[in-house]
Design a protein around this ligand. Structure first.
Ligand code: TIU
Length: 219
């Protein structure tokens, strides 16, 4: 067994039953011209999570830990995009043309994962229509088949897709560790408070740690 130092207390885990889950590190969220910027956000705030996540990903790959990536987005005909989501944000952005292709549409450049964290063969990519990674996807089945018990979670944004996913995962029985320097938000205050919420009340949704502790824990 390995141990990761974290809050509210250290967590034992087995590399063989642990997966690194990297959520929505897509151009549409972290680069100008995509969905994040269309919603009125400064996307540069999310770039802080890239380098620490690269270190975590490198370490996980070296240890042959199971790695899974997710992407939020929709079919080109938008048939899996609820009307209430399409019109949210004061205007329709999803499916419209931007500098990186049609926004949040599968197969477009903006929808794909940034080069620095690009999946390699053997790392499943979960295409999800919602904020949570379990809703309308086969993620739970993939994790069950690998006997995964613990999730090390990175990605963006902390209070939206990371939080929704951690809540979904916690209810399905997974122990989730969110790495604080590998997540980010367009709202630094939401990031801070969102991390507090996860670890409060004796790890009500999960644990909070960081890249350094994770790398030390599997070394
Ligand atoms: N807008 C925002 O903060 N996030 C999203 O819409 N999706 C994800 O968090 N991936």
């Amino acid at each position: 067994m390995s141990v990761i130092q974290g809050e509210p207390f250290p967590l034992e885990f087995d590399v063989a039953t642990t997966a690194l889950l990297i959520i929505d590190m897509q151009r549409d969220f972290v680069l100008p011209g995509g969905f994040g910027e269309k919603l009125g956000n400064d996307t540069s705030l999310l770039l802080a999570a890239v380098e620490p996540t690269q270190r975590v990903l490198d370490a996980a790959r070296k240890k042959k830990m199971f790695v899974i990536h997710t992407r939020e987005g929709h079919r080109p005909d938008l048939s899996d995009c609820p009307p209430a989501k399409l019109t949210r944000g004061g205007a329709t952005f999803i499916g419209t043309q931007g500098p990186m292709g049609r926004i949040l549409v599968r197969g477009e450049q903006g929808h794909d994962i940034i080069n620095q964290l690009y999946p390699v063969p053997g790392e499943p990519v979960i295409d999800k229509p919602g904020k949570g990674s379990f809703h309308a996807t086969d993620l739970h089945q993939i994790l069950l088949d690998r006997r995964i018990k613990t999730l090390i979670v990175c990605g963006v944004t902390l209070e939206v897709c990371v939080h929704t996913t951690v809540r979904e995962a916690n209810d399905r029985g997974y122990e989730c560790v969110v790495l604080s320097d590998c997540v980010a938000s367009y709202f630094p205050e939401f990031n801070r408070v969102g991390l507090e919420m996860i670890k409060a009340q004796g790890a009500i949704f999960g644990w909070v740690s960081n890249a350094k502790n994770f790398i030390a824990g599997i070394s």
